[in-house]
Ligand binder design. Sequence first.
Ligand SMILES: [Zn+2]
Length: 117
Amino acid sequence: MHEAGLVAALAEELLRLKEREGAQRVLRFTVEIGELSGVDPEAFRWAYEILREMYAELKETEMILDLVPARFRCKICGREFPGDYFSLCPGCQSPEKTLLSGEELTLREVEFEVADV
Ligand SMILES: [Zn+2]
């Protein structure tokens, strides 16, 4: 299950950001998971639930998963459409297309708790 490795890398990144911000805690964060990223959101969430028990600093941290659908743009007629790597353009039936979204695994919108001094 490669989700465990991805989540471990994510935790390292969160703790590094927390240090940089001088924050007490990470309150919540959002991860964008593309439909074509090869990451199973259920497995990802499960791996995170296990991992955060190992990090005192992440015990209270909420993870929000934002699932990003796959979208392509046809290189021939410019039409945008959902699909996968094998989809043909619904307009002109061309297989020539550019991926617009759907492969991301991106950490976004990290919220910290910073103590008032
Ligand atoms: Zn087309």
